[in-house]
Design a binder for this molecule. Structure first.
Ligand code: CP3
Length: 347
């Protein structure tokens, strides 16, 4: 069992259409008491991200508890602005706080020179996880996409209306594209280093892709992802690449059509019917359970999971959520979900 290839890699490769691997976005985190115990002694959230030993521990916790098919490296999308020299802090109960970048001159604080060195603890954690994890599980490396990372860099944290970044992108696209180009380079380098360190799969999170009108979606989501995928593919032609352009709606097709994209991770607002007709003929699909079903559990979760499995398992499919695990999710519900998916794939 432990010597076999990870089933998630066979599914991503299109070789296995019967298995349904499962992992969950934000599978390591506050809903796990063992995570909270490490978090208590880790210092700041970023200290945890940059400690290879502790990052490895929390990466492996959900695998030990639920036997997921893949371990996503414990880190954050905001290590990129931090490594570029922008001030990034995570405040308890608030979330990320960054010194906002609002104009051309503010981009002067960004510097690529120390990027790989600053992020070396992430690469060390990936190598250590790969060594410790059995061969039947995959290690997933990740990064935010330029647009989503830029929203935090420009807004200075989470945002309600994203008016600062949109205004900059709409009214001065040439200027704004300087920031996007810096992020394209930084993110490509970060992903390449993660693959070199041992990541078997990479995922790009474009959590705020759905905010943009069509013209902006092409410019600020499709184009940067295309460049990053091409950059990664030029060095690693075979690495599976998953893109998560959340809330993209029918525009998931534009992401699936990017050359070199292996899989598209979808949110929960899109129907299995649409996905099987429009996306599963192009790429592997991953998703699409509303995290609130996992939070609620019981009969509601069961019937929704069954519906998704029946709707999407005719083609290569990876079970996941439409967004991350919510902090108050009961662990028993996660165990029940894993059991359901595993019984379904054996039947
Ligand atoms: O999936 C995993 O288990 C791997 C780890 C991971 C984290 N963040 C850990 C984390 C991953 C893949 C992310 C991605 C991430 N980070 C995204 C994209 C996915 C999404 O949720 O849309 C985004 C937008 C971020 C930025 C971020 N990080 C925010 C807005 C916050 C604050 C909100 C929150 O949930 O607390 C974080 C903090 C964060 N990242 C935590 C974890 C476990 C919680 C911090 C803590 O434990 O104190």
């Amino acid at each position: 069992m432990t010597t076999s290839n990870p089933i998630i890699l066979d599914v991503l490769d299109g070789k296995d259409v019967k298995s349904i691997p499962i992992w969950l976005m934000r599978q390591a985190g506050r809903y796990l008491e063992e995570y909270q115990a490490v978090r208590k002694i880790s210092g700041s959230f970023l200290d945890l991200c940059y400690s290879p030993k502790m990052a490895k521990r929390v990466t492996l916790q959900p695998i030990e508890r639920f036997n997921f098919d893949a371990a996503i490296i414990f880190s954050d999308i905001l290590v990129i602005p931090d490594a570029l020299g922008q001030s990034v802090q995570f405040q308890e109960g608030i979330g990320p706080i960054l010194e906002p970048l609002r104009d051309l001159s503010s981009l002067n604080c960004l510097n690529m020179d120390n990027l790989t060195n600053h992020l070396s603890p992430v690469y060390e954690a990936i190598s250590d996880v790969r060594l410790e994890l059995t061969r039947d599980k995959a290690v997933i490396g990740f990064s935010g996409a330029p647009w989503t990372v830029a929203t935090y860099m420009v807004e200075g944290g989470s945002s309600k209306d994203f008016s600062n970044i949109k205004q900059w992108a709409y009214s001065s696209p040439e200027e704004f594209s300087i920031l996007i180009e810096i992020l394209i380079s930084a993110i490509t380098m970060h992903l390449l280093s993660q693959i070199k360190a041992g990541a078997d799969v990479i995922q790009i999170f474009d959590s705020w892709a759905g905010l943009l009108p069509d013209s902006g979606f092409k410019k600020w989501c499709v184009y940067p992802i295309k460049k990053i995928v091409a950059g990664v593919r030029s060095e690693f032609p075979d690495i599976p690449i998953i893109i998560f352009p959340r809330l993209a709606g029918h525009r998931y097709i534009a992401i699936a059509d990017i050359e070199g994209v292996t899989a598209v991770s979808v949110d929960h607002t899109i129907s299995t019917d649409w996905l099987s007709k429009n996306l599963q003929n192009k790429v592997v699909v991953q998703g699409n359970l509303d995290p609130v079903f996992l939070l609620s559990g019981g009969a509601a979760m069961k019937s929704e999971v069954k519906r998704i499995l029946e709707g999407l398992s005719g083609h290569p499919f990876i079970f996941n959520l439409g967004h991350g695990v919510l902090p108050s999710t009961p662990t028993d519900n996660v165990s029940e979900l894993c059991e359901m998916v595993s019984v379904y794939r054996r039947s």
